[in-house]
Design a protein around this ligand. Sequence first.
Ligand code: AMP
Length: 220
Amino acid sequence: MHVVLLGPPGVGKGTQGVLLADALGWRRIVTGDLLRAQRDAGTPLGQQAQGYMTRGELVPDPLIIAMVREQLATFASGTSVIFDGFPRNSSQASAFKMMLETLGLAVDQVAVLEADDDLVVERISGRRSCPTCGAVYNQSLAPPNRDGFCDKDGIALFHRADDEPETVRHRLEVYHRETEPLIAYYEGSRAPVHYIAGDQAVELVQTALREALGVGVGAS
Ligand code: AMP
């Protein structure tokens, strides 16, 4: 199963993707996390990506596509994968389609998490992430057990520089212009597109997501 999660930054794709992957034993490809890891390791790709990320712009497609292809190649065949943050525009979606086709695969389902821009900006200001495992918390909505530290590995959480309100507004503009049209693109594909209200409690979104994907609570 190959599932694309779409939705604006801060709507909860990361949180929902982790819950789903953990519950079902699926893998995730999260291009934002992969880029942050490259940036933090100071690799040539990370250095090239850094400026775009800080400004909230999209990193050039060839870099992203190569990165996703490389990551996908590390998974055993038959692995179910959740894609979070990719594809981000129509050329990435076409390249992704071809990449999967060469492996005899396709996007099987798409889930769109929806929320108003104002809510997203508000939520993102409380967002804290684990630099090691990628777990995402929200200070008011989904706080960690111990304030400031990851529940899974005890590492200190951080607030992303590109989560400042002004940059978030810009990332939302980029989302509406570049990424939102992919909803129509996938509506025209063979993959069913599911719409989930992202402005509910984390557990309710997760339940709705699993029901939509047909991997209901307790199923795998
Ligand atoms: P995210 O964590 O998904 O919000 O991504 C953080 C930043 O990484 C974005 O604002 C972009 O600069 C970059 N990025 C992540 N995924 C992609 C992608 N698929 N294409 C281009 N840039 C990306």
